[in-house]
Design a binder for this molecule. Structure first.
Ligand SMILES: O=P(O)(O)O[C@@H]1C[C@H](O)[C@@H](CO)O1
Length: 319
């Protein structure tokens, strides 16, 4: 091929796909092109063939928190492996199932296992199931996760209502919305620059506080931040996060909430504090994932009680 033909081909590619085309696009742009509106619709149609009922509430279960899905009645379980083009969760404490059914009187879909960027998935691939669940009918998304306590007053086993988040991967140019903005995701036309300042629904937050008070469960409220993982943080990093006013640190949620905001979902987030973060160089305790799962499983009942009652409240408020 002559140099001239080669450069003409490259120019055409760049004109069609943008400046990254010649050197390789940002991976999220590629994922977004893979999980097009049409492909997401195909996945939705596949699922609707198995489960015709519309879920109203979507729940993403964090590390060791998949037990919540066991409370669902009239259950239909679809393994991720059975769904065309659906990723698999590769992390201990995350099963790979979509669980449909009724939770405290309301139709739900639970993701029993999520995807994390450190598993090798782009943030767009990690979060695209949020669009699937919205297209299946969900108007509400509940995200749960395990997190390290950065706030020094937090204890292991505390539950934190997520008031807001800091999306460090996004600040570093890794947002799941990078790539083509397909305005068809969601009920209204979805904007190129969606606001996320009120991503966590204030009314839902106050309903959750009432539920916690009713059960005598102390609820913390704070700011969650996501880092890329898979390493737990250094002592210097934790001290930096603390200076920034962050209360809990994890490796998930923020990309899911970003797509949830983009497609117009009302959202609630709960983080279970599974370990205290390291602040001092002479400290001997290190975070380990086995402990994260152990604490999650130990405290799962409380979290489940909160979600069960909260979901029941959504039903009551509708009737
Ligand atoms: O899926 P979540 O955010 O609950 O999992 C947390 C973050 C890492 O995946 C893992 C670290 O122990 O737990």
């Amino acid at each position: 091929m002559s140099n001239n033909t080669q450069s003409k081909k490259e120019s055409a590619l760049i004109a069609e796909n943008g400046p990254w085309a010649a050197v390789g696009e940002h991976p999220n742009a590629i994922t977004n092109r893979f999980y097009t509106y049409e492909r997401v619709q195909e996945i939705v149609a596949f699922i609707q063939n198995i489960v015709p009922a519309k879920p109203e509430v979507a729940i993403i279960c964090g590390s060791g928190l998949g037990g919540l899905a066991e409370l669902v009645v009239d259950k239909v379980v679809i393994p991720y492996a059975d769904i065309p083009n659906f990723p698999r969760s590769t992390v201990a404490g995350h099963r790979s199932n979509l669980v449909f059914g009724i939770l405290n009187g309301i139709s739900v879909v639970c993701m029993q296992g999520r995807f994390h960027p450190y598993e090798g998935y782009t943030t767009a691939a990690c979060a695209f199931p949020v669009r699937v669940m919205q297209m299946l009918g969900a108007h509400t998304l509940i995200v749960t996760c395990a997190a390290g306590g950065v706030n020094k007053s937090y204890r292991v086993g505390d539950i934190m209502l997520i008031k807001d988040h800091i999306n460090f991967p996004s600040m570093a140019g890794n947002n799941p919305l990078i790539g083509h903005n397909d305005e068809r995701f969601g009920k209204k036309i979805r904007p190129r620059f969606p606001p996320v300042g009120h991503a966590y629904d204030r009314q839902y937050a106050s309903q959750m506080k009432q539920v916690a008070a009713k059960h005598n469960i102390e609820l913390r409220e704070g700011v969650y931040c996501a880092l890329g993982g898979p390493c737990y943080e250094t002592i210097a990093e934790i001290n930096l996060l603390r200076v920034l006013g962050i209360d809990a640190v994890g490796m998930s949620i923020v990309h899911e909430v970003t797509l949830g905001a983009h497609c117009g979902l009302r959202m609630l987030g709960l983080a279970l504090i599974t370990n205290k973060c390291l602040f001092e160089y002479d400290s001997t305790i290190e975070a380990v994932h086995e402990d994260v799962i152990r604490i999650s499983e130990l405290k799962a009942n409380e979290l489940q009680q909160l979600i069960l009652d909260f979901v029941g409240g959504i039903k009551t408020n509708k009737t």
